[in-house]
Design a protein around this ligand. Sequence first.
Ligand code: SF4
Length: 130
Amino acid sequence: MAEECSCTPEEVTIFPCSGGLNCGQIANHAAVSLYTLGVGKIYCLAGIGAHIDGMIESARRAKRLVAIDGCQVACAKKTIEHAGLAVTDWICVTEEGITKSHNLLLEEGEIEYITRRIKRLLSKPLNTTK
Ligand code: SF4
């Protein structure tokens, strides 16, 4: 049987890129779903990007820093790393087979699919997620 991750939601901090394309907003909606399911806590990527010291220190206390990026430009991952933090889990919406577009009338099924993919990633202990 696969070992389960033992992190609590407060220890799992989720940063969606929240970009202005369908994929960025799918990342955002998936993060909200994960929060409502009790999987982790959403944190403010903009605060990390602005190098707000207290916010960076709070994020540093998390066991897992999860970046959900809409596309391979990877803005969430790069923003976190630019602040000197290490991303432990990364997922990219377009790499999961969703085509980038400017259509912000999102498909519920695509949000659910990305949410499931992240839940699966987070169900694994850290050293087996690579
Ligand atoms: S990762 Fe892609 S969708 Fe997200 S903010 Fe950057 S460019 Fe936009």
